[in-house]
Design a protein around this ligand. Structure first.
Ligand code: SAM
Length: 374
């Protein structure tokens, strides 16, 4: 990382003696000033300090401590405890991946497309694999129920292997329901979080985390016993996943120090041990054949998988093509609803017959099957 020029540090110090600390993390003055302002507001909020407004001296001391943490590279979201994901403020904590804006943009775009299309049945079932903070099913539910006032039933389930992630997802669900941001009211809508290992095809060892199919079966049994009259036949209409997709070598070469130090590797890199089960597959791609297989098993009509870039998008789109079950496969960039960098709204380049939509880096692979147009 290049050193900051002493002139820039001097300029920052003249503006505020704490600014050089934040500048060490942000590397640019405008971002540093914004972050310092947010941190100052954060320290001034009485509820962050168990109901007390800190006196000037205590507030300054607290602010300095947070700026020192920031200077060491701790993400602002872990310091302040939240991050915006679309319209939702999602709680974050170390050990669980911080939700990214690009993921939110894909989810928002998907919900808009599905709402406009005739693809969604009366009772929609949405499965989010590798749910982390639960941000994806929370935003999808918010978009469909609140934003589009969709009639009919919405049943969403988020799955993760990490107990820490699942307890944060539950906390996010409680918090956003209690403050009225989202309305999840059974039986018209429900959102559950369950623990499973998505890569496990069977349950070999009872002490391990169960496989997805076992976890889904247990979930179905619970739903059926809660409402014995319900018709629980049928699969999961929408399957979304933002899986770990960075290969170990890319992690070592390109991942920033802050991400490496503070965000969980389990969320970023598929476990090394799993690579041997998928010969010939790029180590960063391990989750995708499994996700596509699951899509078939649960009879998904629509899938949306996040990827690292256009190259990975091309490989995943080709895997989906090989399944021969999808009516349309598309690659979406970071901002899928915007016109692309070259002026048009779509571009065919990644693999034969695959449209690339939007502006920015390659971000996700979308596919649907069925007669209606999504
Ligand atoms: C890239 S993060 C995505 C988190 C969240 N969906 C988001 O977009 O911010 C990937 C998540 O996959 C989970 N994970 C990793 N391996 C898994 C596995 N074998 N089965 C289930 N979840 C897994 C991690 O715990 C992590 O929460």
């Amino acid at each position: 990382m290049p050193r900051l020029h002493p002139r820039v540090l001097h300029q920052a110090h003249k503006s505020d003696t704490l600014l050089p600390l934040v500048l060490r993390a942000t590397r640019d003055l405008t971002s540093a000033k914004n972050e310092l302002r947010w941190l100052r507001d954060f320290v001034a909020e009485p509820q962050r300090n168990t109901g007390n407004i800190l006196d000037n001296w205590a507030a300054r001391r607290k602010l300095r401590q947070l700026c020192v943490e920031r200077a060491k590279g701790k993400p602002l979201q872990y310091i302040m405890g939240t991050e915006y994901f679309g319209d939702l403020e999602i709680a974050c904590k170390p050990g669980v991946l911080i939700p990214r804006q690009e993921t939110a943009a894909s989810v928002t775009h998907l919900m808009e497309r599905l709402q406009k299309s005739k693809l969604l049945p009366e009772h929609v079932k949405l499965l989010d694999l590798c749910t982390g903070t639960g941000c994806i099913p929370l935003l999808a539910s918010y978009e469909l129920v609140q934003k589009y006032s969709r009639k009919g039933r919405l049943e969403a389930v988020g799955v993760d292997i990490s107990s820490r992630a699942l307890s944060l997802a539950e906390r996010n669900l409680r918090r956003l329901s209690q403050d009225g941001t989202i309305r999840i009211e059974p039986p018209s809508s429900s959102l559950s979080f369950i623990r499973a290992d998505i890569l496990a095809e069977a349950d070999h060892n009872p002490s391990d985390c169960v496989s997805l199919m076992t976890a889904l079966q247990l979930y179905e049994e619970t739903q059926q016993s809660n409402d014995p009259t319900a018709d629980r036949k049928g699969g999961w209409d929408i399957l979304i996943s933002n899986p770990p997709y960075i290969s170990p070598s890319a992690f070592n070469r390109t991942t920033t120090r802050s991400v490496k130090r503070y965000e969980p590797k389990l969320a970023l890199v598929p476990k090394d041990a799993d690579a041997s089960q998928y010969p010939g597959i790029d180590p960063g791609d391990i989750f995708y054949p499994r996700l596509l297989e699951i899509a078939k098993q649960v009879d998904a009509r629509v899938v949306l998988f996040e990827v690292a870039d256009l190259e990975q998008a091309g490989r995943v789109a080709a895997m989906a093509q090989q399944q021969n079950i999808w009516t349309v496969i598309e690659v979406w960039r970071d901002n899928p609803s915007q016109a692309d960098d070259y002026g048009g709204s779509e571009q065919t380049s990644v693999a034969t017959g695959i449209k690339v939509l939007g502006r920015g880096n390659g971000r996700s692979v979308f596919a649907y099957r069925g007669g209606a147009k999504a």
